[in-house]
Design a protein around this ligand. Structure first.
Ligand code: HSE
Length: 439
């Protein structure tokens, strides 16, 4: 069989690393696939992120769309990113021409994956995206093929390297949020627009894909409750540490009685659990099923890790291994039943900037009791190390942090209790609420 001819659109961090890997591992890949994988053409609006890559023998397409339509390629590799055009139009053009697509574009799949999977099916083309979730970790393949015999009840994990890098740098090195984000950008971890990372949207895109693969449902990104890490302060990381937790941005999808719950938010995870110990750019995805539980850990971003997943998809295609994009024929994907976040049950960390005066704790306790929220611990630190505000009205009004850890309760109850405390006028700042997961 002749070589698998590849065209690549986008030569950023990942695209450059793919060009390098296809060149440096040429023989090994040909042995594995039984035929060679030949990069023949590229399209890129910018110079390559890695200026040392050799593009001299490649055809340069005018734009991604003409590359996608080029009959000289068998596979269109899309590494531009972005849920809209030019990525969307180019991927659609390739699939419509019966040309297989390999992409790392989680935003595109989260928004248009159902339609793209149908298009691929209709034209008998492969649509592969191992690199779209958790960088180099082969979690797509694990869910789609490796756990094909198991009934999955929960998928949860750290799916954004940038956020984990920021939270770890703040907690371990006392660095500022902005400083850590800058380094994540320099290392090529962050999205072109880093608000996708820190706002939780990138994690949500990845979670939407994993939920579909895990539960056999259509992708339903709109159902995801999303909170980012912007509100996490050093005070929260220090308090978490003292209480025996780490703060991680998690994506969680669970089968509950109410339906499928999908959420992305900062989470307190007990120290000593696998997830709590995953630091820096590492990602981890835990999968719970009737048959087994497992956690996959590895680098979630960066050129070498992500290009390894792109190239693995190319090896599958060159070998003739094909899967349904979302793990089963699109006609067999169920419409997901959504479970609202208000029905979420679990423990909560609540940090209140409470006015330091008599009656404050009573007001907080009363609101908690009214919602039948049971408290596992209460920590109050007096502002300015004073025992209390004394008679000085100015000092008496200054806020003192009160930290509550609740036993399992519901999201609704916590929201109502906090609203009642706010109404009592005993808070000087907006409360911080972080959900707790046991693993
Ligand atoms: N910006 C993403 C991250 C890249 O930080 O995880 C990998 O998808």
């Amino acid at each position: 069989m002749g070589a698998l001819k590849v065209g690549i659109a986008g030569l950023g961090t990942v695209g450059s690393a793919v060009v390098n890997m296809l060149a440096s591992a040429k023989e090994q890949l040909a042995e594995r696939a039984g035929r060679s994988i030949e990069l023949v053409a590229f399209a890129s609006k910018d110079p390559p992120r890695d200026p040392s890559i050799d593009l001299s023998k490649l055809k340069q397409a005018a734009d991604p769309l003409s590359l996608a339509k080029d009959p000289g390629i068998d596979v269109f590799v899309e590494l531009m990113g972005g849920e809209g055009d030019p990525a969307k139009a180019a991927v659609e053009a390739a699939l419509s021409a019966g040309r297989s697509v390999v992409t790392a574009n989680k935003a595109l799949i989260a928004k248009h994956g159902n339609a793209l999977a149908r298009l691929a099916e209709k034209h008998n083309a492969a649509f592969a995206f191992e690199a779209a979730v958790a960088g180099g970790i082969p979690v797509v393949k694990t869910l789609r093929e490796g756990l094909g015999g198991a009934k999955i009840s929960r998928v949860a994990g750290i799916m954004n390297g940038t956020c984990n890098f920021i939270l770890t740098s703040m907690q371990k090195e006392g660095r500022s949020f902005q400083d850590a984000l800058k380094e994540a950008q320099q290392r090529g971890y962050a999205e072109a627009d880093p608000t996708f990372d820190i706002g939780g949207f990138d994690t949500a895109h990845k979670l939407a894909i994993l939920t579909s693969l895990a539960f056999g449902t259509e992708i339903d990104v709109e159902a995801i409750h999303i909170e980012g890490i912007e509100s996490i302060s050093l005070a929260d990381l220090i308090a978490a540490d003292q209480l025996g937790y780490r703060v991680k941005l998690l994506g969680v999808a669970e089968r509950t009685e109410a339906g499928i719950e999908q959420r992305v938010h900062p989470t307190m995870v007990p120290k000593g659990t696998v997830i709590a110990e995953i630091d820096g750019v590492l990602n981890a995805v835990s999968i719970k099923s009737d048959a087994l539980e497992l956690t996959l850990v590895g680098p979630g971003a960066g050129g070498p890790a992500t290009s390894s997943a792109v190239v693995a998809d190319l090896v599958d295609l060159a070998s003739g291994r094909r899967s349904h994009a979302l793990g089963r024929a699109t006609a067999n994907l169920a419409k997901p039943k959504r479970a609202a976040i208000q029905r979420h049950e679990g423990g909560y960390y609540i940090r209140l900037a409470a006015v330091d005066r008599p009656g404050t704790m009573a007001a907080i306790a009363k609101a908690m009791a009214a919602e039948k929220i049971s408290l596992e611990s209460i920590v109050q630190r007096h502002a300015n190390s004073r025992p209390h505000g004394g008679d000085d009205p100015k000092l008496a009004a200054s806020p003192a942090p009160v930290i509550l850890i609740t036993y399992a309760t519901t999201e609704d109850a916590v929201r109502r209790a906090i609203a009642a405390i706010e109404k009592d006028g005993v808070l000087a700042e907006l409360p911080q609420v972080i959900r707790i997961e046991k693993s």
